[in-house]
Design a protein around this ligand. Structure first.
Ligand SMILES: [Zn+2]
Ligand SMILES: [Zn+2]
Length: 342
């Protein structure tokens, strides 16, 4: 089979290579990948700004059909349409594993960075990591379960959103668009912000949120003051990972407001923390999903609370990965899926 492989550390070093088909073992299932989404993290791995263990096939957001079930697997059958949470190697004993916070385990390895991932034909994963897609969700949309699980943890599990809260979501990429939808589902008044490069994505976001703002064209401060009698926003979900967005979040929040940082900065940056202290802000971060957020994703999808299909701008064969990566680097399209080739 052919897989999109990071074959050595260092910038670049990514190509489609021939790899042996994985074999299913005890407690595992083999999935024929239908499609896998390109994540911002994949762009970081391409540039070597995020750790990988080469040679490794990338791709950690996927869905497909079970083609083989190993011994000692209950409840999963050949033909089931499924997705899988990527943190498949963990110690299983530490406090974080016991809490379901697998991404915080010291020994965690995820498929698509630590072990072979989903930009290929077949993926073997432990049965416990598999989630069956609800019948109303196809494998293209199902591939977005992973980013949605990250947002569910941040919005619904780590942040207290009350109906009527004024919520600002900064950064209208896939994570921002899913976060905005979840904040709406929680009953908030949602303002989605971006810059001129995000015009297409802000237009898409307009279908779910109360207002969209291009912060390069319009000053958001008076808008927020107007909506809140001069107080400021209750919550900012920062989804861009841009230092300027985190700094501006501190300014836009009301006293006792909450900043939840979802976008990864990837490097140190300067922040006037004193401003946050004087406002008694709650500042928290959220990294990847958890067992609990994955289970909640399936519930939300079954209830049709979140739209995934409109986020898929393109489906390309893995051989066209470079075109796809370049487009996302230019913020063209929203979520691009890669399909395996024979
Ligand atoms: Zn991802
Ligand atoms: Zn652990």
């Amino acid at each position: 089979m052919k897989g999109l492989m990071k074959y050595a550390r260092g910038p670049g070093n990514l190509e489609v290579r021939e790899v042996p088909e994985p074999e299913v073992g005890t407690g595992q299932v083999k999935i024929a990948v239908k499609a896998a989404g390109i994540c911002g993290t994949d762009l970081h791995m391409y540039k070597d700004e995020y750790p990988t263990r080469p040679p490794v096939i990338l791709g950690h957001e996927c869905a497909g059909t079970i083609v083989e079930v190993g011994p000692d697997v209950d409840g999963l059958r050949v033909g089931d349409a499924v997705t899988a949470l990527p943190t498949i190697i963990v110690c299983g004993e530490c406090r974080y594993c016991l809490e379901g916070q697998l991404s915080l385990c010291e020994r965690r390895l995820s498929f698509g960075s630590g072990v072979h991932g989903a930009f290929t034909n077949y993926l073997v994963v432990p049965a416990w990591a598999v989630r069956t897609l609800p019948p109303n969700v196809d494998c293209y949309s199902g591939a977005l379960s992973e980013p949605l699980s990250c947002c569910v943890k941040a919005v619904s599990m780590l942040t207290r959103v009350m109906a009527g809260d004024i919520v600002i979501v900064t950064g209208p990429g896939p994570i921002g668009l899913l976060t905005a939808q979840l904040a709406k589902a929680e009953g908030a008044y949602v303002i989605l912000t971006g810059t001129s490069i995000d015009t297409e994505r802000l237009a898409l976001g307009g279908r779910w949120v109360d207002q969209t703002v291009n912060v390069e064209q319009d000053d958001i401060t008076p808008l927020v003051k107007d909506l809140t009698d001069g107080d400021g926003a209750d919550i900012v979900f920062e989804c861009s990972g841009a230092a300027a967005a985190t700094r501006s979040a501190i300014d836009l929040l009301r006293k006792e407001g909450t900043l939840t940082q979802i976008g990864l900065h990837g490097k140190p940056f300067e922040l006037d923390f004193f401003k946050a202290e004087l406002k008694e802000l709650t500042i928290r971060t959220s990294f990847a999903g958890s067992i609990q957020s994955w289970d909640r994703v399936m519930t939300l999808l079954r209830q049709r609370k979140i739209d995934l299909a409109p986020l898929i701008s393109d489906v390309l064969p893995i051989t066209e990965w470079k075109t796809a990566f370049d487009r996302l680097e230019r913020k063209e399209g929203v979520k691009i899926l890669l399909e395996p080739v024979e």
